[in-house]
Design a protein. Structure first.
Lengths: 148, 373
């Protein structure tokens, strides 16, 4: 599968972060379609094609960028559900969050997260972090050819 | 206390119960009467008693048997008991449950004043116990609130700071050509302020973490930790000429990662505050000390501090120098104090302005005084 063509699911409740992350990925020619879910519930509905996403024609994402603290359902719940699902556990999930709380990091790795990135305060560092996440997971990393 | 304390009185004779109740009516308590052991046990299920006064001589179940049964139940295991007995000397060994709580005897016929004074002591103990439990609950609640607070600071406060920094930087990039020098300077100040705010938040979180992470105590070689600190500082000190003197250091019983934070702070402070010295000297060693503790010092010949402000030195976000003189947020020594206090040790310092500073930490030689976590 050509990862550059796969779509990304960005699970993020903060408008500013959605704009920043999208802009940075585009700046480095990572032109994958970006689907945005504004909370954990929306993310799971998107993945499992429920509710408003029931009729949506799309492929499963090749990468999930997941915020942790969100309204309704948080990132931990999304991660837990994805990693206990036969199909979705094969999709790389990168947590991108403000929190460097050790308890969060522990929990995410216990649940099988593929990477955990703390959003740096300084924009130059933030830019670098998102660029590296994008380049690694969308260009360098290999995922299974097709999801069952 | 919101509720009245309750006393259980047990006697098979109505007139005795009546007399006892009358005596106790001087105290501000609720009296609950039982005329046999079984009734007393039943009542103890539904009431929280501060004290039980048991007549020893009762048919079927005597006072000692009743006391044994009360001691064997979790709810009443620690219920203080006063036995009323006519013949003390022959009976004193019958009851086995002394170790598990307050037990007292009163010989019949008793003098009300003596009974009342014994009752008063048990009631006071019970009151203090309830107050302690109450306080403990409050502490636990406020501790949990603090944890939740730190968690939400970690998640929520960093985002807006990051956004101020990010968008100011983006604006600076996109609008540089259209902005005059002054406006560009304003933007730079916004960017820097956000970074500093971020640093303060991160430091505060670090401080809060140093106070609440679990401690794993094991033997720690302080020399190794000092070497690691200095190795980590390598890039900061490569253009500096510092004369290090590291004397022999003990092995202590401590949490390695927390003590590393302590040494990182003390040693990087020494490096920082000797930054303007021509011949910087930093000495780390063990001070002669008492029997119960190790005393470690970090000594430098840097700018020192004014002893008038010693009280502020270990406070959160307290700084004794302006930002332009020496960078920092003022959390380092607060962290040091918090970590050492958790280990059951002490922190102090002495200095003469312009002539360097001595920082001391002590750690207990045994682990008994350390926080049990």
């Amino acid at each position: 599968m050509n990862l550059a063509k796969g779509n990304i699911l960005l699970v993020e409740d903060d408008e500013a972060d959605i704009e920043l992350i999208t802009d940075i990925l585009r700046k480095y020619n990572l032109n994958n379609v970006i689907n945005v879910a504004r909370d954990g519930e929306e993310a799971l509905n998107f993945l499992f094609r429920r509710g408003e996403f029931e009729q949506l024609q799309r492929e499963d994402p090749v990468l999930v960028l997941l915020d942790l603290k969100m309204p309704k359902l948080g990132g931990i719940e999304v991660l837990k559900t994805m990693k206990s699902d036969k199909k979705f556990k094969k999709i790389p999930v990168v947590v991108v969050t403000s929190s460097r709380e050790n308890s969060d990091i522990q929990k995410c790795y216990e649940l099988g997260v593929n990477a955990y990135v703390v959003k740096p305060i300084d924009f130059t560092e933030f830019n670098e972090a998102i660029k590296n996440v994008g380049l690694f997971w969308l260009r360098i990393n290999q995922t299974p050819l097709s999801l069952p | 206390m919101s509720e009245k304390q309750k006393i259980l009185i047990v006697d098979d004779k109505k007139e005795n119960l009546f007399a006892l109740e009358k005596t106790l009516s001087e105290t501000n308590v609720q009296i609950v009467k039982a005329s046999c052991g079984n009734e007393a046990l039943r009542l103890s299920l539904n009431h929280d008693f501060a004290l039980a006064i048991l007549d020893v001589q009762m048919p079927n179940m005597d006072g000692y048997e009743l006391a044994e049964l009360l001691r064997s139940d979790d709810k009443t295991r620690r219920l203080p008991i006063i036995f009323l007995t006519a013949a003390l000397m022959q009976e004193i060994d019958i009851f086995k449950g002394y170790e598990s709580g307050g037990v007292d005897y009163i010989l019949k016929p008793y003098r009300p004043a003596i009974l009342l004074s014994k009752v008063a002591i048990f009631l006071e103990l019970d009151r203090q116990k309830s107050e302690l439990l109450e306080k403990q609950k409050l502490l636990e609640a406020s501790n949990n609130e603090l944890k939740a607070f730190a968690y939400s600071v970690s998640h929520d406060l960093r985002a807006p700071i990051r956004h101020v920094n990010s968008f100011a930087k983006l604006l600076k990039e996109s609008a540089t050509d259209n902005l005059d020098e002054k406006s560009q300077r304003y933007l730079s100040m916004i960017i820097d302020a956000a970074i500093r705010m971020g640093q303060l938040v991160d430091d505060l979180l670090e401080f809060s973490r140093a106070g609440r992470v679990g401690m794993t105590l094991r033997p720690v070689d302080l020399r190794q930790l000092v070497d690691k600190t200095i190795a980590d500082l390598k890039t900061d000190i490569e253009d500096r000429d510092i004369a290090w003197k590291i004397c022999s250091l003990p092995k202590v019983y401590a949490d390695q990662s927390l003590i590393q934070i302590v040494l990182d702070n003390l040693i990087s402070n020494a490096v920082k505050f000797t930054g303007k010295c021509k011949n910087a000297q930093i000495e780390i060693g063990e001070a002669p000390n008492g029997e119960n503790e190790f005393i470690i010092f970090v000594r430098d010949n840097g700018c020192g501090f004014d002893m008038n402000y010693i009280d502020k030195l270990f406070g959160v976000f307290q700084r004794l120098h302006r930002q332009e003189e020496f960078e920092g947020t003022g959390i380092g020594l607060a962290n040091v104090r918090r970590i050492i206090t958790r280990h059951g040790g002490r922190t102090w310092a002495e200095s003469t302005l312009g002539k360097g500073a001595n920082f001391y930490i002590s750690l207990p030689r045994n682990d008994a005084s350390m926080e049990d976590r």
